[in-house]
Design a protein. Structure first.
Length: 517
């Protein structure tokens, strides 16, 4: 980056960097700094009656008030902020006052990482404060943080533009209060779910991300190439078929938090790279899985938020079990007036036409029914609701319904108008499974690029015998949205997928540099 491309503030900070080194102060020291306290814990444990506690803390300078021989600053660490008092005479007990007059007042900046050794006291204004006796520069910040400034009742320099926030999440986490809390809750959510599964004796496993067949879901994959094997490979769209292989192999219950990739659209609830949890348990069916799922979600909600109610926009959603259960045919009849039971493809296409739902020639019965439900029904289910008993054409990996062979034993959990979880009584008849795959191939030949490919090794695994099994997948990013009250998936992904930054040519050397947004 050429000097002409630096802002005035960035030039000042680089000059300060050079001046610090001239004084023998290393701006990026390698030695360990002996932190023994954090801001929140220091405040919580402070007592006016106790002897002053000596502490060693570290963090960023977030504000300063320089007042002659004494100054205050605000230090931010991983937990929060605390005020620090700096006295020139305490910091520089000898004749040389440059550490205060030059280094602290002129060469340190907001955003710099520093270490403070001192003691804790309460100021006359009643604020718990660290009295600095020693300051150590730990890392010099060469770019100014976008700290919000107020003037005439208006906020300036606020870091609120969504594209900047998602692209520069490292800045967003520093300056925007509450962002870190979202991701701490996300971690609690994963831990709670893992504890729930482990308490039932189920085993966490890992399965391949690079797969020779993109199976386990109806989705368009990302394609790559393995140079050594000279074969195309797919980033996984789901891990279902591998987890079922483990059930064949004798595991009674397995689960995985899987990073999946689907080469599809991006919007407020979809990111091409996302996290899904899938679990498979032997000797269970979808009725058992519904009970298991609602118990799990109630526990997670309590662990993360301390209550089963969450506020998402204008809606208060209750995860208190049990959840309502509605068949797909009942849902469609309730919101459209049409009874889809027994309808063939032509009749369903006519229903779509009458409902003003766009279709194309590649859509079979399953896709047509899915379009009707998605367009007319899904958004109406705000409170957690199990939509059950899907038509067989929509569920190529699901066991036929025990009382109606035209349906399958499948449920999707709808919350806040979107699918959150998907589960089956798993199809374990290898002959039936092969025939379902063949039907999917016919859809592919009609132009459906999301239809499943025949996975012959999976069929072979089923031929060795898989016990009755129930499986469930849940979108972890969507669950995080619900538990943190967010309305866009980007808010719960640390680094959501973004378009590349526009580039401009550096005037001097022709190097490409990120353009300012």
């Amino acid at each position: 980056m050429s000097i002409q491309e630096l802002s005035e503030q960035e030039i000042v900070r680089r000059n300060s960097l050079a001046a610090l080194r001239e004084r023998g102060i290393e701006p990026y020291p390698a030695a360990e700094y002996p932190v023994d306290g954090h801001t929140v814990e220091i405040k919580e444990n402070f007592s006016d009656d106790a002897e002053p506690r000596q502490v060693c803390i570290a963090g960023r300078i977030m504000s300063r008030r320089i007042m002659g021989k004494a100054s205050f600053m605000e230090l931010q660490d991983s937990e929060g902020r605390i005020q620090v008092y700096i006295s020139r005479d305490d910091l520089c007990p000898g004749e040389d006052k440059d550490m205060y007059n030059v280094v602290f007042k002129k060469l340190l900046d907001i955003g710099d990482f520093i270490g403070i050794k001192g003691f804790v006291f309460r100021t006359q204004m009643g604020e718990i404060t660290v009295h600095a006796q020693e300051i150590t520069l730990l890392s010099k910040s060469l770019r100014p943080l976008p700290i919000v400034k107020m003037k005439d009742g208006k906020a300036y320099d606020a870091f609120t533009d969504p594209e900047q926030r998602y692209r520069q999440r490292y800045v967003d986490l520093v300056v925007n209060k509450g962002v870190k809390d979202i991701f701490l809750k996300r971690t609690k959510m994963f831990n709670s779910m893992r504890e729930f599964f482990n308490s039932h004796g189920y085993i966490e496993v890992d399965t391949p991300i690079l797969q020779s067949i993109a199976g386990g879901a109806a989705a368009r994959p990302f394609i790559t190439h393995h140079n050594t094997l000279d074969i195309p490979l797919y980033l996984r769209i789901a891990n279902e078929l591998y987890l079922k292989r483990l059930i064949v192999g004798g595991f009674e219950g397995v689960y995985e938090f899987s990073r999946n990739f689907r080469n599809e659209g991006m919007d407020r609830t979809h990111n091409p790279e996302f996290t899904c949890m899938e679990i498979y348990v032997s000797y269970k069916d979808y009725n058992w899985m519904m009970n298991f799922t609602e118990q799990m979600l109630e526990k997670i909600c309590l662990d993360v938020n301390g209550t089963t109610d969450v506020q998402v926009g204008d809606n208060v959603i209750s995860f208190k079990a049990p959840f309502k259960r509605v068949t797909m045919a009942e849902a469609i009849k309730e919101f459209t007036g049409y009874d889809i039971e027994g309808k063939n493809e032509d009749e369903l296409r006519q229903i779509c036409k009458e409902l003003h739902i766009e279709t194309d020639a590649s859509m079979g019965k399953g896709k047509l029914i899915d379009e009707i439900f998605g367009e007319k029904c899904e958004g109406n289910y705000i409170q957690p609701t199990f939509i059950i008993d899907y038509p067989i054409e929509m569920s190529p990996l699901t066991k036929r319904h025990r009382t109606n062979p035209e349906l399958t034993e499948r449920f999707e959990l709808m919350v806040n108008g979107k699918e959150l979880a998907n589960a089956y009584s798993e199809l374990n008849d290898p002959i039936d499974q092969y025939e379902r795959f063949v039907e999917q191939m016919k859809l592919s030949e009609k132009g459906d690029d999301e239809a499943m490919i025949i996975d012959k090794d999976f069929i072979r695994a089923l031929e060795y015998g898989m016990p009755p099994t129930s499986g469930m997948g849940i979108g972890m990013d969507r669950l995080a949205m619900l538990l943190t009250g967010q309305t866009t998936i980007q808010e719960v992904l640390l680094f959501p997928q973004m378009r590349p930054e526009k580039v401009k040519k550096a005037a001097e050397n022709g190097e490409e540099q990120p353009a300012e947004e």
